[in-house]
Design a protein. Structure first.
Lengths: 652, 111
C-alpha cells in the first residue's frame, strides 16, 4: 500500500469520529493549514512532518474531546506514516544533494574548458535550466546591458524585459526567492512568472551582476500542484549562491587576466619605444682633434622627452643639440623622434642655428599645437678649424660656456620661445670663439631642477660649481661625476625629470691617471663594496701597492671618511656616498660628495691625541689627517659637502 | 666578525676576535667585553690573531673595554696584533697606553 492510499483510508475512517472531514497537510505546504480549526502537529522521532487537521467547523463540538481524539488519531498516523514520509523526504534531499553535486561538477567542467566568460555563461544557463527545472535562467555580466546578459529561455521572456528585471534585482543586493506570481510583480510587471530565485554575484570589479532562474506558466497551463512542485526552495537557493560565488571569482579572474594582458602588451610597446629612442641617439660621437665630447641622457621612465644629438654636418661643422619635449613618457618620446629628424634634415642645408630653429618650428608647429606639446632646444654649431661657435636657444635651460682664458662663466640664455607654441617665432643667434681649453656644458632641467626634501633646487649654479670642483678630468669622468652629484642632491625627490648632459672641452692628453667614479647607498653595509672598488682601483694601477703600508693607511682613511659621513653627516639616514678615486704616478686622490649635515669641526685644530687617549671616538679624523698628505672639506653653495683627500705615492 | 672566549681561570679570560673590527662590528666586541667583565673577568686578553682590519670604531671598542676593566681594578691586554691593527694603534698613539703581547700565551703568562 502506498502512503497516499494509507492516508486516504485513514482519513476517511476518522470522519465519523470527528463529524468533520480530516486532512493531512504536509510540512511543505503550511499555507494549506487553517489554524483557526483544530489541528495537531505530526512528529516522528522528534522530527515534524505535517499536520492532521479538521477541515470544517462543527457546531456544538466539545473542544477537549476533539483535541484528545485528534492527538490520539495523530499519534497513530505519526507511527504509521512518519517513518515513510521522513524517509521519502530524506530520499528527496539525498537526490537533491546528488543533483547539486552533479550540477557543480558540470559547472566546474564548463568553467575549466575556456576562459571566455560569454561561452561559459552560455553553457551555464542551459545547465541551470535543466537542474533547476526552470523555464528560464539568466546570468548578467559586468556592464548590465542586454548584450551582456546570457539568457536560456524559450523566447517568452524578451531581452528587454530580462534587462529591466535584472537591473531591479541588482538593486536589491540580496537574494530574492519568490514562489508566487503576486510577489514577482515587483520585478516583472505583467505577472508572467510563477517563481523566481535571483542571487547577486559578488565581484571585486563589477557591479549589477545577477544570476537568476524563473518558472512561468507555458501555454496549456500548469496545475497548482505542478507549480508547487516547481517552486524553488532553500536547497536551490544554497546551490545558486554557490554558483554565484564561483561566477564572481570567474569575472574577477577574467578582468585580472584582461588587465594583465593589456599591461604586458603595453610594456612590450614601451620597450620597443625605448629601443627606438635609444637607437636614435648617436652611436658614436664625432672625433675632433684636441677636443673631447661626452654626452648622455637618462629618462625617468623607460622613455623620455629629452634627447641629445651630436654629428658632423656636410659643411664640416659639428652640430651640438640638447632638446627637451615638455612632458614625459610615450607622447613626449614620440615627438623627440620627429624633432630629431626635422632638425637633422634642416641642417643638411643650413648651418645657421637661428634659421634652423625657425624652419624646424614652422615644420613642427601644426603637429605640436594639435597635441599641446612644445619643445625647448639648445643648438650650437661649432667649426673646429676656426674655433667659431654659433648658437641659438629656443627656451632651453641656459648652457654654460666656461672660458679658460678669463675664467669667465658665460651663460648662453634663451634666444627665442620654445618650438611649437607659435606658428612663427623670432630668434636671434650668437657667435664667439671657442678656446682650446674652454668647456661647453649643455644640460636639461632634470639637472638644474633636482630638488632636496626641503624644496631647494640644484640650479644652474650647482651645475657650474660641480664642474669646477675637480678640473682637468676627461669629460666622460666629469659627466658621470656631475650626474652622480645631481642624484645625490635630489636623492629624496619623489619623481625627477629626464636628465641629459652634453659636454665639449679640451682633450686630456697623455693621461696616465686611472679614474673610478662611485655612487653607493650611504649604509655601513655598502662600505665593503666601496673598499672593493678602491682595492680594484689601486690594483689596476699597480697590484704591488696593495701589499704596502701606504695602502693600509689609504684604505683606513677611506673607511674613516666614509664612516664619518654615514654616522655624522647622514646620521644613518638614507642618502648616497658619491665620489671619485683618481690615481697617477704621483698621487692618489679621494673625492667625496654627500648631502648630509655640514661638518662643523676643523681639521686643522684637532685636539692633540695625547690629551684624549681615553675618549672613545674621535680617532677617525686624526687617522685621516695623519695618513693623508692633504685633506680638506668645504660646504658647497648648493648645500652639499665636498671632501678631498690626497696621498702622495712618492712619500711611501 | 666572530667572537669566542676561553676562561683560563675565573678571573682571566681570552677573547678571540676573528674578522674585521670596524664600524659594523665594534659594538659586538664592546658588549661582549662588558659581559665578561661583569661576570668576574679581571684580566681580559683580546686575541687579535684573526683580525685583518681595525678602524677607529674598533679602537673605540677596545678603549671602552680598557676603561671598564680599569674601573674594576682589572687589566686589559692585546695579543697577536697584526700588521694593519698595529698601524691603526700607532696612528692613534694607543700603542702607548695598551699592553700589547706577541701571542696569547705570552699575554697569559705575563703579570
Amino acid at each position: 500500500m502506498k502512503d497516499h492510499e494509507l492516508i486516504t483510508d485513514f482519513l476517511v475512517s476518522g470522519r465519523e469520529l470527528f463529524d468533520s472531514a480530516l486532512a493531512f497537510i504536509p510540512l511543505e505546504t503550511p499555507e494549506a493549514l487553517d489554524t483557526t480549526l483544530p489541528h495537531f502537529k505530526l512528529v516522528w522521532e522528534g522530527e515534524e512532518f505535517g499536520w492532521l487537521a479538521l477541515t470544517e467547523e462543527v457546531a456544538g463540538r466539545d473542544p477537549y474531546k476533539t483535541s484528545t481524539r485528534l492527538r490520539w488519531y495523530g499519534n497513530v498516523l505519526s507511527k504509521a506514516l512518519g517513518g515513510h514520509i521522513l524517509a521519502e523526504r530524506l530520499g528527496e534531499e539525498l537526490m537533491m544533494s546528488w543533483n547539486e553535486l552533479r550540477f557543480m561538477y558540470n559547472v566546474t567542467q564548463k568553467v575549466a574548458q575556456t576562459t571566455e566568460l560569454e561561452s561559459i555563461f552560455k553553457s551555464l544557463v542551459e545547465l541551470l535550466r535543466d537542474t533547476f527545472g526552470a523555464e528560464a535562467a539568466v546570468i548578467s555580466q559586468p556592464g548590465g546591458n542586454a548584450k551582456n546578459i546570457s539568457i536560456g529561455t524559450d523566447g517568452r521572456l524578451s531581452d528587454l524585459r530580462v534587462t529591466r528585471m535584472i537591473n531591479r534585482l541588482a538593486m536589491h543586493q540580496e537574494t530574492v526567492l519568490v514562489n508566487n506570481t503576486e510577489d514577482t510583480l515587483e520585478f516583472v510587471p505583467d505577472g508572467l512568472l510563477d517563481s523566481m530565485l535571483a542571487v547577486n554575484i559578488e565581484s571585486q570589479v563589477a557591479s549589477s551582476c545577477v544570476i537568476a532562474v524563473f518558472t512561468y506558466t507555458k501555454p496549456g497551463g500548469k496545475t497548482e500542484k505542478q507549480k508547487r512542485s516547481e517552486a524553488f526552495g532553500s536547497t536551490h537557493r544554497l546551490t545558486l549562491e554557490a554558483v554565484s560565488e564561483l561566477i564572481g571569482a570567474l569575472i574577477d579572474n577574467a578582468e585580472l587576466h584582461r588587465r594583465e594582458a593589456k599591461s604586458v602588451r603595453f610594456q612590450a610597446q614601451i620597450e620597443i619605444a625605448a629601443a627606438i629612442q635609444k637607437s636614435l641617439l648617436p652611436a658614436k660621437l664625432p672625433v675632433i682633434p684636441g677636443y673631447e665630447i661626452a654626452a648622455g641622457t637618462k629618462p625617468v621612465g623607460q622613455v623620455g622627452g629629452d634627447f641629445f644629438d651630436v654629428f658632423e654636418m656636410p659643411s664640416g661643422h659639428i652640430a651640438l643639440i640638447v632638446a627637451d619635449v615638455a612632458g614625459k613618457g610615450v607622447p613626449a618620446a614620440m615627438l623627440t623622434s620627429s624633432l630629431r629628424i626635422v632638425l637633422r634634415s634642416q641642417m643638411e642645408h643650413s648651418h645657421f642655428p637661428a634659421n634652423i630653429l625657425l624652419d624646424a618650428n614652422r615644420v613642427l608647429y601644426p603637429d605640436m599645437s594639435r597635441v599641446d606639446l612644445f619643445a625647448t632646444v639648445f643648438l650650437a654649431v661649432f667649426h673646429p678649424e676656426t674655433g667659431q661657435i654659433t648658437w641659438a636657444n629656443a627656451g632651453h635651460s641656459p648652457a654654460l660656456w666656461y672660458r679658460a682664458k678669463t675664467g669667465e662663466e658665460r651663460w648662453l640664455m634663451g634666444t627665442s620661445l620654445p618650438l611649437g607654441i607659435y606658428e612663427e617665432i623670432q630668434t636671434d643667434y650668437h657667435a664667439g670663439h671657442f678656446g682650446g681649453r674652454d668647456v661647453l656644458c649643455v644640460y636639461s632641467d632634470g639637472l638644474s631642477e633636482a630638488e632636496t626634501a626641503d624644496g631647494r633646487f640644484f640650479g644652474k649654479q650647482g651645475v657650474a660649481e660641480t664642474l669646477k670642483l675637480i678640473p682637468g678630468l676627461p669629460l666622460e669622468v666629469t659627466k658621470r661625476f656631475l650626474l652622480d652629484v645631481v642624484n645625490t642632491y635630489g636623492f629624496h625627490q619623489q619623481s625627477g625629470d629626464d636628465q641629459t648632459l652634453l659636454l665639449m672641452g679640451p682633450e686630456v692628453k697623455n693621461d696616465d691617471r686611472i679614474y673610478t667614479n662611485f655612487s653607493l647607498p650611504s649604509t655601513v653595509k655598502h662600505l665593503q663594496e666601496l673598499r672593493e672598488l678602491f682595492n680594484s682601483h689601486v690594483s689596476q694601477y699597480d697590484p704591488e701597492l696593495i701589499k704596502t703600508r701606504w695602502y693600509q693607511e689609504a684604505e683606513l682613511a677611506l673607511q674613516e671618511l666614509a664612516s664619518n659621513i654615514i654616522e655624522h653627516a647622514y646620521e644613518y639616514r638614507p642618502g648616497l656616498l658619491t665620489g671619485l678615486f683618481t690615481i697617477s704616478a704621483e698621487r692618489l686622490t679621494i673625492d667625496f660628495v654627500d648631502a648630509g649635515k655640514q661638518f662643523t669641526g676643523s681639521l686643522c685644530d684637532l685636539e692633540p691625541l695625547e690629551d684624549n687617549l681615553l675618549t672613545e671616538g674621535g680617532f677617525g679624523l686624526h687617522i685621516i689627517k695623519q695618513t693623508m698628505d692633504g685633506c680638506n672639506v668645504q660646504r658647497l653653495g648648493s648645500g652639499l659637502n665636498y671632501w678631498h683627500l690626497q696621498k702622495n705615492i712618492a712619500t711611501q | 666578525m666572530d667572537l669566542s672566549f676561553d676562561k683560563v681561570t675565573n678571573a682571566q679570560t681570552v677573547l678571540h676576535v676573528d674578522g674585521r673590527l670596524d664600524i659594523e662590528t665594534a659594538a659586538k666586541l664592546k658588549a661582549m667585553s662588558r659581559k665578561l667583565i661583569d661576570d668576574g673577568t679581571r684580566e681580559l686578553i683580546i686575541d687579535l690573531q684573526g683580525v685583518s682590519f681595525v678602524d677607529s670604531s674598533g679602537l673605540s671598542a677596545v678603549v671602552s673595554a680598557l676603561k671598564y676593566i680599569r674601573e674594576r681594578e682589572g687589566q686589559l691586554k692585546l695579543a697577536a696584533v697584526g700588521d694593519q691593527p698595529r698601524t691603526a694603534l700607532t696612528l692613534t698613539l694607543l700603542d702607548r697606553i695598551l699592553d700589547i703581547y706577541p701571542s696569547v700565551e705570552a699575554a697569559t703568562l705575563a703579570n
